[in-house]
Design a protein around this ligand. Structure first.
Ligand code: PAP
Length: 374
């Protein structure tokens, strides 16, 4: 019943061919099996927990008092009011998840977390990370690749969509290693992920030029609120009071960790990925401990992953053209694939707006070494 997809090529001999026809999820559960991450949607019957907000109230009822005592900001977009928790404006629904993550999230050493500020390349890096890590079980050029039938967000569990509900946490715990997970939370909410003393897991962070992030965010949320003014999104970002904001603090947290612990945190930039995706796929593979072999390079494995995850390819797949981002956020999946380019801000911002946001960001990032050049 799945839509049939074009098969890119037949040059898939770089994988261990004996495993390619086996049912993926049962193999992953075998002791010692390490064929890469399992597509989350394949082991998760309840799609309410796939890349979405928890479908049930958090069980830590005591946290309700904590949430209501926090400073709040009204919803300018999205689906939830904001609460200011430990330096970050979080969607209200996700505060209990943040608390639970801080308390209980124990990363496994072979976990990989894809972290991002919303609209900075999450979907793309989810896809690239999944395809790179799963390539032994699912060669990227193979007709049966999960990314041909699932949206990238369905392949990777959304941490804050699972934490705060015991059912969700149990599902994450039951997921075979290696796990790839996704979060929009700032690093402070997952303190053991890239812990200074070591012992954490790997974190892949993707950041994007903030002006383009604003544009992408506005287009995305206009799907829910057609009347949403661009200026309102712009002002919210400038003030910092936007979901998971301020954006500069979000970036800085991961940036500092990546400079202090480059083996634990890989800091990617959307614009650089656009410029040379293949080089970044190689870097990603090395970072997660799965460098491409000479045989894989010769067989075109890097190119196959880049092609599979490319904007033009993903955008036109049935899995990404139909359905919604998740059952709660009723935004069409197609909205995750709008333009896929750098520099679109020139079509939406006045030079004054651009200068103002540039100055705010430059000021906040001052002396960090993180800059945005046009
Ligand atoms: P999310 O945080 O809500 O998951 P995210 O995927 O970070 O969203 O952002 C979507 C942006 O990434 C869109 O940018 P745009 O609005 O400027 O067009 C989308 O087009 C872009 N995008 C999604 N997939 C890809 C891809 N494969 N290659 C390049 N850009 C992509």
């Amino acid at each position: 019943s799945e839509p049939l997809q074009e098969q890119h090529s037949t040059t898939t001999t770089y994988v261990v061919v004996s495993i390619s026809c086996s049912p993926r999820s049962s193999m992953a559960k075998a002791p010692g099996a390490s064929l890469g991450p399992v597509p989350f949607a394949d082991v998760e019957a309840d799609s309410g927990l796939v890349s979405g907000v928890p479908e049930q109230l958090p069980e830590e009822h005591a946290d309700a008092d904590l949430v209501s005592a926090l400073p709040s900001a009204p919803m300018a977009m999205g689906i939830s009011n904001l609460r200011f928790y430990e330096g970050c404006w979080l969607p209200e629904w996700s505060v209990p998840a943040a608390v639970a993550l801080q308390r209980r999230f124990e990363p496994r050493r072979d976990d990989v977390i894809v972290a991002s500020f919303p609209k900075c390349g999450t979907t793309w890096v989810n896809a690239l990370t999944f395809a790179t890590m799963a390539r032994r079980a699912y060669p990227a050029a193979g007709a049966g690749h999960p990314l041909l039938r699932l949206n990238p967000h369905q392949c990777i569990p959304f941490l804050e969509g699972l934490f705060g509900s015991r059912r969700g946490e149990a599902k994450l715990e039951a997921l075979p290693s290696p796990r790839v997970m996704n979060t929009h939370m700032p690093l402070a909410m997952i303190p053991r992920a890239a812990a200074p003393g070591g012992g954490g897991c790997k974190v892949v962070y993707v950041c994007r030029e903030p002006k383009d992030m604003v544009v992408s965010r506005w287009h995305f949320h206009r799907q829910l609120h057609p009347e949403l003014a661009f200026a309102d999104v712009f002002e919210a970002v400038c003030s910092g009071a936007v979901a998971y904001g301020p954006v500069w603090d979000h970036m800085l947290g991961y940036w500092s960790a990546s400079t202090a612990r480059p083996d634990s945190v890989l800091f990617l930039r959307y614009e650089e990925l656009l410029r040379d995706p293949a080089e970044h796929v190689r870097a990603l593979a090395r970072f997660v401990g799965l460098p491409f072999s000479g045989a894989e390079e010769d067989a075109g494995a890097v190119h196959d992953i880049v092609k599979l995850c490319s904007f033009g390819h993903l955008k036109n797949l049935e899995a990404n053209k139909t359905g919604h981002v998740n059952p709660i956020l009723q935004i069409p999946r197609g909205a995750l694939f709008r333009k896929g380019a750098a520099g679109d801000w020139v079509n939406h911002m006045t030079p004054e707006m651009a200068r103002r946001l540039d100055e705010i960001v430059a000021d906040k990032l001052h002396a960090s070494g993180l800059t945005f050049h046009e």
